[in-house]
Design a protein around this ligand. Structure first.
Ligand code: SF4
Length: 416
């Protein structure tokens, strides 16, 4: 073993030996004392900034990204994590729907998209989608999460009828749908209206929030190589800026672990942090690593990001994005065991039950397509955190019994 790079075994030992009672609570905003003995000299100035709630610089982020002391990164990230979220770790009970994979673009990293003629192309009828959601409601889901390709022929009426019928099914069900890229596609090619007007019409029909996908990596040169023809960073950011100015909330993402450099990752985080300073509309950050199983061309040689790299990226993101409250570990990409470990590396949310994931699985992901609430809560408890079900804006809710309305039960915001 390279002595400079602790193995995942060491990481897990670190988690297992943390002295924390399973139900220990700590008030949010209360500083967690940092043990500087465990922080290498070169990281201590950054650790001091974090402890005194000073913003870290891009140069600091690059220092952190180059650090091999993963446990030190976890300790620093944990200060931010516990300051913002105490000992809670959340999850959402949600149902994923991919309405179609037919797409006018051909992003190089995407194994999900298809052209109409392709054997793996699919397109669900509205009735089929409504049935899938109808079947999920008695399970207690509070959110339907719906994204698809940039479909060449679906009409404005199709999208509006879909939203309206889902809204009619259960007015309390949160409909989280469409990436910023889909929103621009709908505005420009389908609705033929400005972004704001399009988002207003979608919201009127039932849209609760837009999703964070499509950000990939903001750098234009990398973007041109991995998703040529896709909207620019400025355009992605502008959709979220517009949505936030309408009072909406959204999540944000980063696709890493392909051809980007650490500078590109830092630049991506910087642009998210800047927009958040401006609008305050991002509720959570969800980074995910490139899934290389089906990749070819410029991405053909890429190997899957290691567990070490994924934990390091989560830790640095937590430390850098001081103005975004939540950091989600996307278990579909990480796998639940590593997502569990990440609860000690800045993460405070394990995403959701999902019920049926297609995008990563069509790219070759070998993780399950869904999780039960029991499995998510068990993973959280085992990591010494307090499990709490959340809504689409990361607000704590108590458990809903299966078969009840999608309305969240009384808010329980006291968990710390
Ligand atoms: S990532 Fe999205 S926009 Fe790009 S090809 Fe896949 S479905 Fe289409």
């Amino acid at each position: 073993m390279n002595p400079g790079r602790p193995s995942i075994l060491v990481v897990i030992v670190f988690v297992a030996t943390r002295k924390r009672p399973v139900h220990a609570s700590r008030a949010i905003n209360q500083s967690v004392p940092m043990n500087y003995q465990l922080i290498p000299k070169e990281l201590r100035p950054i650790a001091e900034k974090v402890e005194t709630q000073q913003r870290i610089s891009d140069a600091d982020a690059l220092t952190l990204y180059s650090a091999n002391d993963l446990n030190a990164l976890g300790i620093i990230a944990n200060v931010v994590r516990e300051r913002k979220n105490g000992n809670c770790a959340t999850y959402i009970h949600n149902r994923y729907i991919n309405y179609s994979n037919i797409c006018i673009l051909s992003c190089q990293f995407c194994a999900f998209a298809a052209k109409k003629r392709d054997a793996h192309a699919f397109e669900y009828a509205i009735d089929e989608i409504v049935k899938a959601v109808t079947d999920a409601l008695p399970l207690g889901v509070t959110e339907v999460h719906m994204v698809g390709g940039l479909h060449p022929t679906l009409k404005k009426e199709w999208y509006l009828e879909l939203l309206r019928r889902l809204r009619t099914l259960d007015p309390q069900l949160h409909i989280k749908a469409f990436t910023a890229i889909e929103a621009r596609h709908l505005a420009q090619r389908v609705f033929k209206l400005p972004i704001r007007d399009t988002l207003e019409i979608l919201r009127e029909a039932g849209l609760g929030s837009i999703t964070g996908g499509g950000a990939e990596i903001f750098d234009p040169i990398v973007r041109d190589q991995i998703c040529r023809g896709k909207e620019t960073a400025a355009e992605w950011l502008d959709v979220h800026r517009t949505w936030h100015s309408m009072g909406g909330r959204s999540t944000c993402t980063m696709l890493y672990g392909h051809i980007e450099t650490l500078d590109h990752r830092t630049d991506h985080l910087r642009q998210l942090r800047q927009l958040q300073d401006e609008t305050g509309g991002f509720t959570g950050f969800v980074p995910f690593a490139f899934e290389p199983t089906q990749s070819h061309g410029i991405l053909g040689h890429i190997k899957r990001a290691s567990a070490f790299e994924q934990l390091r990226n989560l830790s640095v993101s937590r430390i850098y994005l001081d103005n975004i409250d939540h950091l989600t570990a996307y278990w579909v990409s990480l796998g639940l065991p590593l997502a569990q470990v990440s609860l000690s590396y800045g993460v405070d949310d394990l995403h959701g039950t999902i019920l049926e994931e297609k995008i990563f699985h069509m790219a070759g992901a070998t993780t399950p397509q869904q999780q039960t609430i029991g499995a998510l809560e068990h993973a959280i408890r085992e990591a010494g955190r307090e499990p709490v079900q959340r809504d689409s804006h990361y607000r704590h809710i108590s458990h809903r019994s299966a078969g009840t309305s999608a309305a969240p039960a009384t808010a329980e915001l006291a968990c710390a």
